[in-house]
Design a binder for this molecule. Structure first.
Ligand code: SAM
Length: 174
């Protein structure tokens, strides 16, 4: 289990407890967070779109999660900042929840925040992994961009912020 492990039940619970129908994930890798979000959308009869620049993630998740993935999941192969990916996901507006766990490079995090916050409907959420303030790399690449974003997007606020397992931060749109 990767460092996301202790956050997985929270991710599932967030989908179910908010009744989220449309969920987007940026950064799939071998599908750790994907599985947690999938369990949630299977319960709400919603759908999960997972983006990754690495094409292999699509087959891996289908192999691992089988029927549940075939029914409730779409893999979007591409760069989260590229036009075709954004266009495909924009069709789903308004989205209820976006989970962001991609490159952790400041410029990309900033772009993802600016692009994807517009897709989220009222009371929707964005959740970020790797936000632990004690880690310089996450500070520069993830937390600082979140703070910059919040300073000029007053409609968003931090709802939950925990430091364990590299940190997980939930923003809610008011
Ligand atoms: C930290 S891993 C994701 C881990 C996953 N959420 C989990 O729970 O196991 C980051 C992933 O983001 C992907 N990624 C990095 N930059 C990306 C980009 N610009 N667009 C889409 N995916 C990207 C990488 O290929 C990698 O699979």
């Amino acid at each position: 289990m990767s460092d996301i492990g202790p956050h997985l039940s929270y991710l599932t619970d967030q989908v179910i407890s908010t009744g989220a129908n449309k969920v987007i994930e940026l950064g799939t890798r071998r599908g750790g967070s994907t599985g947690a979000l999938l369990l949630g959308v299977a319960e709400t009869s919603g759908h999960l779109w997972s983006v990754d620049i690495d094409s292999i993630c699509g087959n891996q998740v289908i192999e691992f999660y089988g029927e549940m993935a075939k029914r409730y999941w779409t893999f979007v192969h591409g760069n989260s900042q590229d036009g075709p990916v954004i266009e495909l996901l924009s069709v789903q507006m308004p989205v209820d929840l976006i989970f962001i766990d991609s490159s952790h490079v400041a410029e990309q995090t900033t772009q993802e925040l600016e692009i994807y916050n517009h897709l989220v409907g009222p009371k929707g959420k964005m959740i970020f992994h790797d936000t632990d303030t004690r880690n310089d790399y996450w500070w520069v690449g993830v937390r600082q961009p979140i703070y910059n974003f919040l300073s000029h997007h007053r409609e968003w606020r931090i709802e939950r912020d925990v430091p364990f397992s590299e940190g997980l931060t939930t923003l809610v749109k008011t």
